[in-house]
Ligand binder design. Structure first.
Ligand SMILES: *Cc1c(COP(=O)(O)O)cnc(C)c1O
Ligand code: SF4
Length: 396
């Protein structure tokens, strides 16, 4: 099979538009390698020279790559690079994966950890912010370092780790904290991307959690289905299935990310009984319009991924240039609610130091004698309190 190959000289040609269901264009790499996630991890793009195999980098991108090098980690899998438009720096995939000068600009109100993960951290890895569930930050490694990452502080120090000197270190203290707090019934493994670990290491952690009787569900937050779907092997899925109930939430931001490979990865998870949900971040210039979001949500349903959250982009240092207004989020939610399948509509939330706050505008206002309702077309009606009593007292 021959593929249009991006030239090393910068004289790349734009690949032809991809037919639905067709494999993305890629350089001539044998299938055995292209389908092997370890090959992609070894071949990750981490410098300008390698990036030129895939993209006609702009001077601004090259400058951003050079200037961010001491500050933020950078890496792109060949698979994710293959989804990028080699000619267009505004490509929604490219903007998620290639540094831009916006990352280095100063924005008012930006913070390294606006959601307070470090404030709620109880052990090296466990963040306990909600009554019945915790997150466990088990790694700082990711296949691609998304430019909009809300935990960009993990990758702020390129040489090192935000946690105590740890990745190989014991999980005993973390597991003990969870066992000692039987109110914790839901543990969400995140990071970084937990699937960066080999299956064996991951199984140690998952089985350690499963051995705690009070832990009911285990969740994994992973962007591998988007950034390197080849990682979702049958072996991985079989391992996870031994520790059910296991759920996985991933992070598709744009319809271009829904490829045959991604669909196959999701299918493998689902066939092993792992429900797959999606968390999208609302990103300026990437997915901040109604048609893109409608397509994203309905395409997710086609591959049986359930939209879960639409995150308002936090004012994270190095990420602020992707922020939209909250009004933009409302516009997008108004373009989804009632217009597409009910369970294709995510919940729009703002993550803060006091938790995730639902931001959706209400479709009702209390008025004298009842409720004024508004639908997705803007039509209104009032339901009378004599028909639908508002308060317990009205019922009597
Ligand atoms: C998001 C988050 C969770 C999980 O929240 P859900 O709303 O249940 O998905 C748990 N702990 C922390 C610290 C979080 O940020
Ligand atoms: S994969 Fe997730 S944790 Fe890693 S950089 Fe991307 S958004 Fe951040």
């Amino acid at each position: 099979m021959s593929h249009p190959t991006a030239g090393r000289t910068g004289t790349t040609t734009r690949p032809p538009a991809r037919a639905k269901g067709a494999a993305p264009p890629r350089p001539d790499v044998p299938d055995a390698q292209w389908n092997d996630w370890r090959w992609h991890m070894r071949k990750r793009i981490t410098n300008v020279e390698k990036a030129r195999d895939w993209l006609a980098l702009t001077p601004d991108e090259e400058k951003a790559i050079a200037e961010s090098a001491g500050t933020y980690r950078w890496s792109v899998t060949p698979y994710y690079a293959s989804l990028m438009d080699p000619q267009d720096p505004a490509c929604p995939i490219r903007q998620q994966g290639v540094p831009s000068l916006g990352e280095l600009a100063a924005y008012s109100g930006a913070e390294v950890d606006p959601v307070g993960d470090m404030f709620y951290r109880k052990t090296n890895r466990v963040v306990h912010k909600y009554p019945d569930r915790v997150i466990m930050l088990i790694t700082e490694a990711c296949p691609v370092y998304c430019r909009h990452c809300t935990r960009k502080f993990h990758t702020t120090d390129v040489s090192g780790t935000y946690f105590r000197d740890d990745e190989g270190a014991s999980y005993e203290e973390d597991l003990r904290y969870i066992a000692d707090h039987p109110e914790i019934r839901d543990v969400l493994l995140t990071g970084g991307d937990p699937l960066s670990y080999q299956d064996g290491k991951l199984e140690e952690i998952v089985s350690g959690l499963r051995a705690i009787p009070s832990v009911e569900i285990i969740r994994i937050g992973s962007r591998f289905p988007v950034l390197l779907p080849q990682r979702i092997t049958d072996g991985l899925c079989e391992m996870l299935a031994r520790y059910h109930p296991v759920w996985l939430n991933t992070h598709f931001n744009h319809p271009k990310e829904i490829t045959p490979e991604a669909a196959a990865a999701v299918d493998r998870l689902l066939r092993h009984g792992v429900p797959v949900g999606n968390q999208t971040v609302l990103l300026r210039g990437i997915n901040d319009d109604v048609p893109t979001m409608r397509t994203l949500m309905t395409e997710l349903l086609r591959i049986r991924v359930r939209p879960y959250y639409l995150y308002h982009c936090d004012n994270v240092t190095g990420v602020s240039h992707f922020m939209t207004s909250i009004e933009k989020g409302w516009e997008i939610m108004a373009g989804l609610q009632g217009h597409i399948t009910g369970f294709g509509v995510p919940q729009y939330v703002l993550t803060t130091k006091i938790g995730k706050i639902p931001l959706a505008q209400p479709y009702f206002t209390p008025v004298d004698g009842g409720l004024r309702l508004r639908n997705h077309h803007g039509q209104e009606m009032v339901v009378d309190a004599s028909v639908h009593p508002l308060t317990e007292d009205d019922l009597r």
